[in-house]
Design a protein around this ligand. Sequence first.
Ligand code: FAD
Length: 516
Amino acid sequence: RGSRVSGCGSASFYSCGPRVCIVGSGPAGFYTAQHLIKVCPVLLVFLSKGSRSYLQTSFQSFATTMKSFYICGFFFICPPSQARQDVEVDIYERLPVPFGLVRFGVAPDHPEVKNVINTFTQTANHSRCSFYGNVNVGKDVSVEELQRAYHAVVLSYGAEGNRRLGVPGEDLAGVYSARDFVGWYNGLPSCRELSPDLSCETAVILGQGNVALDVARVLLSPINMLKKTDVTQPALEALAESQVRRVLIVGRRGPIQVACTIKELREMVNLPGTRPEMVAADFEGVTEALKDVPRPRKRLTELMLKTALEIPGEKEQQRRSMASRTWGFRFFRNPVEVLADPGSNRTAGVRLAVNRLEGSGEGGRAVLTGEVEDVSCGLVINSIGYKSLPIDPSVPFDSRRAVVPNNMGRVQQATGLYCSGWLKTGPTGVIATTMNNSFDTARSVVEDMDSGTLDVSAAKSGSQTISALLEERGVKPVTFSDWEKINHAEMRKGEAVGKPREKLLTVEEMLQVARA
Ligand code: FAD
């Protein structure tokens, strides 16, 4: 691709299809692209075997299934908002490697979550999709330049910033953002030098979401478990030497308000070599309050109650008595200061304000009691959330909410500009949530093309102009087949040591392999 010259009209040197540019190749970028190019109608085939009917929606498995089933009916569905077969999509990504937080966020011991990469790869290999890695939008090329070259620009560059605690001492040595800590063990090039000091016994994680539990699990997992994952070699070596034996996971509110999900909690409860260390008093009144909460929350809280209060069976007791590492939630606490070791700039603990809960259920509010409590620790990880950052002054940005203000993905007061993913919604939700909101944005783009709100009548130059600009500026993009070279090199390196992959850790190394 790159020279989509066609004879579709005298004024048009370029191909006639609408050209859409996507900024960022995380789940939001790929799901938006997938929905924009997935325009071929879906074939629904009703199959019959004996008295049962089955619904088959994919062409791929159709042929094999045909051998044992009878077709009893079929029809095509083609929703009106997807009825275009001409949209061409270019994805621009800052790093030489795609997939955003699926590569750099998702925990190394959750390889099944990373299977979405297979779908993203199919999208990237579609004839109407191209990938340009190693292009930092806002720096190498401006959003206005992209808007001139494309009919529509979708910003999907995620939430790369970190919410600060806003308390004294948060810049002391030994305090890390979860973003950096996760980036370090997952091989994010900018976090390579983090080298967190793991020589202390107690670590405090501030925040009780799934990211906090991922970090706690990685800190406490037996090294033999981590060795089989794609955790980076330097992180593996540091974790093997780690002295951390106790991890406290601190939250402002109570057990009914934690932000983690049951899968992550169950993994903590069953983590080999560890035992839970909870405070029974935190669970007063929780059983009674449970009857009014939704079912998933109820199941999560019941697991917590069981872990905290029930006397375990013999086998579990034995397991716990042999454990050398502990973890626990600390509820109704929020940090007011990170305490320094006297005479050094290292952290020695955290001062926590003690809260009480006002109201009940998921909406209960933390209210200060005026009491404080000090917890000694040598490692503090701030896991209170990510936040999006502005990348280009021409793009409207709501600094208070740290999102691009939008209506169903249409950036307010900016025709032709859209957003999806965490940049659109704020940094909440899982990949499936991101998928849905990205599909919504793609639907808005296609609706605007169909209704004429977005003028796609004149041909646009797309990547031809942008590639020329990048060349002038000395920026060499990485194509998807270049990425596949990196991918193979990483898998080969991993195979040699029994890991699914050994990630390349610097942009320079990645570019070297891509260009070999
Ligand atoms: P991102 O995934 O962050 O993608 C943004 C992309 O934009 C990145 O590739 C970035 O390099 C690129 N970019 C940034 N700036 C620029 C620029 N200027 N120019 C060009 N490109 C740019 N969800 C699950 O379902 N399961 C899990 O197990 C899970 N684990 C998680 C663990 C962590 C630590 C975190 C933080 C999140 C996790 N999530 C998980 C949530 C999931 O990762 C998000 O829902 C999803 O990644 C959001 O997608 P996104 O595309 O908006 O952002």
